[in-house]
Write a protein that binds this ligand. Sequence first.
Ligand code: KG4
Ligand code: ZN
Length: 346
Amino acid sequence: MTENFLTLGIETSCDETSASVVRGSREVLSSIVASQFDLHSKYGGVVPELACRRHLEIIEKVVQSSFDEAKVTDDDINLVAVVHGPGLIGALLIGVMFAKAYAVSSGKPLIGLNHLEAHLYSTVMSHEKIAFPAIGLIVSGGHTSLYYMPENGKYKLLGSTVDDAVGESFDKVASLLGLPYPGGPNIEQSARTGDAEKVKFPLGMIKKKSYNFSYAGLKTAVLYHVKGHGKAKTDANIIAENEKKDIAAGFQQAALTVLANKAFKAAEEFGAKSILVGGGVARNNALRELFEKKSLKKGVRAYFPRPELCTDNAAMVAGLGYIKYMKDPSSSGFDFDADPNIRSLK
Ligand code: KG4
Ligand code: ZN
């Protein structure tokens, strides 16, 4: 029965309206991601009111496209899975209300999921076998958190950012350098031909024993470097292109090194066999290379999601929905918990 079990996933927690049909736990039949870059880029960040209106406008079309691409109809769907937090509450409500209405009118079971857990599941979904215990690292635009995972589906929070998230710092530094939104991919591109050795930035909370992170200081250090300490103010458009690339490379190295150091340190302390990295920043190739290098040295394997499953998408939601529902069909239900951390899950 499970082989043909199809889950419709819906994700609207921030600025992507996404729907996906997944067979079983990992076979993606369709994944539609309608990004809103066009809408928010001139503001340099997501404007919640605009994001919500766009979700409302297109959600029905996005879900229909996910059915068309998967070549399925309403009758084929066995479960509806939707992200109910954390995220922008107005944006979440649109996905949740659509999913509820759809589930009720079509008589399907419905399950509400945590966005961060879905990000970690995107890594599990991308690899056949992962050894546990593991360390889970979420690196997204809204979160930077480290978890101990004694087994798949169990989480103990070890630390998280005390200020900005790592993806947020990529976006803010990109804006300081005059690079377009979203900043992550543009910083990565710019850093590729820059020299990180030429501009060194501080590594946030690297010496602290805790597993918390901090990115506000790094962002401010870049700001001071770009604008000049107490000197006559310069701005991004009069910095030479080469120097911008060096700044991007120096920033990226500092931002990523902290992630790798803390994740591998936690792996050692907790005797983890694997490290699972999920979230938008997991798309960054410099991060992947850094973890690969450390993996070889430390003998702990690092796993990343397939590139298309890194940034927000509904395929990870549908896959996780299937796993949770199969474990406990009575688990469907909702709360509107805005707690940014995955709480202990049974
Ligand atoms: O997971 P995600 O799509 O949304 C949240 O849940 O926040 O992550 C979006 C974040 C943005 O900050 C974006 O700049 C960053 O992921 N990002 C990257 C890359 N691609 C996306 N950061 C660094 N390098 C990338 N290639
Ligand atoms: Zn996300």
